[in-house]
Design a protein around this ligand. Structure first.
Ligand SMILES: [Zn+2]
Length: 259
């Protein structure tokens, strides 16, 4: 499901902290489409948006890559249409280690968010007084790293939280664990999709359905409704596959005192 996209002549390749990074051309398309509404403010804002997404996703993937390296596996980073991938050259043994690798991506984003926020508190650099472009740069850096990190931790395949959920379920129920984690994935993704749809309807009808929610609570949009609807369907297909008896036999990698 998380297969790496093929190489193209339009890839941008570079090295970062000893990791090979490849930017697939669809990364630019996906990011521009996602931030198309920033064009209302001007072309400069679209450029800032693309820069924020580029830095944020690279930092997230670097979190995974550093964790892979810590556990003895080399990896390379690919950015494409639907975010990024850190592709390891070898598997990681040990459930706890694999969970840490999954958590390392969102954690790196939260750290970047914290650094941006702390530097703003110290110097007030993100204030609109320093110009609207700077203010948006600050807001988007905080928004993307905080909220995308939180969304990524939802127990939905193939997000990082979905990987953690699968590891935890397999640790508890062995081979059947994957089916349980897929059911959790379908339930969560469907709930987010329905909530997002309701948020979109609220916005269009100007009824305050979610008035009771605090302002900081993330609101959904048509985009998140489609995204999570698709993820729910993908998990459903995987569940059909696994329920037909093609069980994934989890390797017995429990630590000695668990056996
Ligand atoms: Zn990740």
């Amino acid at each position: 499901m998380l297969a790496e996209p093929d190489r193209t002549p339009y890839d941008v390749n570079f090295w970062l902290l000893g990791f090979r990074v490849r930017i697939h051309p669809l990364f630019w398309l996906g990011t521009v489409l996602l931030g198309a509404s920033t064009l209302d403010l001007g072309l400069l804002y679209l450029v800032i948006w693309v820069g924020v997404v580029l830095v944020s996703i690279t930092v997230h993937e670097l979190g995974h890559a550093v964790a892979f390296r810590r556990f003895g596996s080399d990896s390379h980073i690919v950015l494409w249409m639907f975010g990024g991938l850190a592709v390891p050259s070898s598997g990681i043994s040990g459930r706890g280690r694999r969970i840490l690798v999954s958590l390392a991506g969102p954690l790196a984003g939260f750290i970047l968010c914290g650094v941006v926020y702390a530097s703003h508190l110290a110097t007030d650099w993100g204030s609109p007084r320093n110009g609207l472009p700077t203010a948006y740069l600050y807001l988007w850096l905080v928004f993307v790293n905080l909220y995308w990190g939180i969304f990524n931790l939802l127990p939905v395949y193939p997000l990082d939280g979905g990987q953690v959920s699968r590891e935890l379920c397999e640790g508890k129920w062995r081979g059947r664990g994957v089916v349980t984690s897929l059911k959790i994935s379908i339930g969560t993704a469907a709930t987010v999709a329905i909530y997002s749809l309701a948020c979109e309807m609220e916005r269009r009808s100007r009824n305050n359905i979610f008035e009771f929610l605090p302002d900081w609570f993330p609101r959904g949009s048509l985009y998140t409704a489609l995204l999570f609807g698709l993820l729910a369907y993908q998990s459903y297909q995987l569940l059909q596959f696994h329920s037909r008896g093609y069980y994934y036999e989890a390797p017995d990698d429990r630590v000695p005192w668990e056996k």
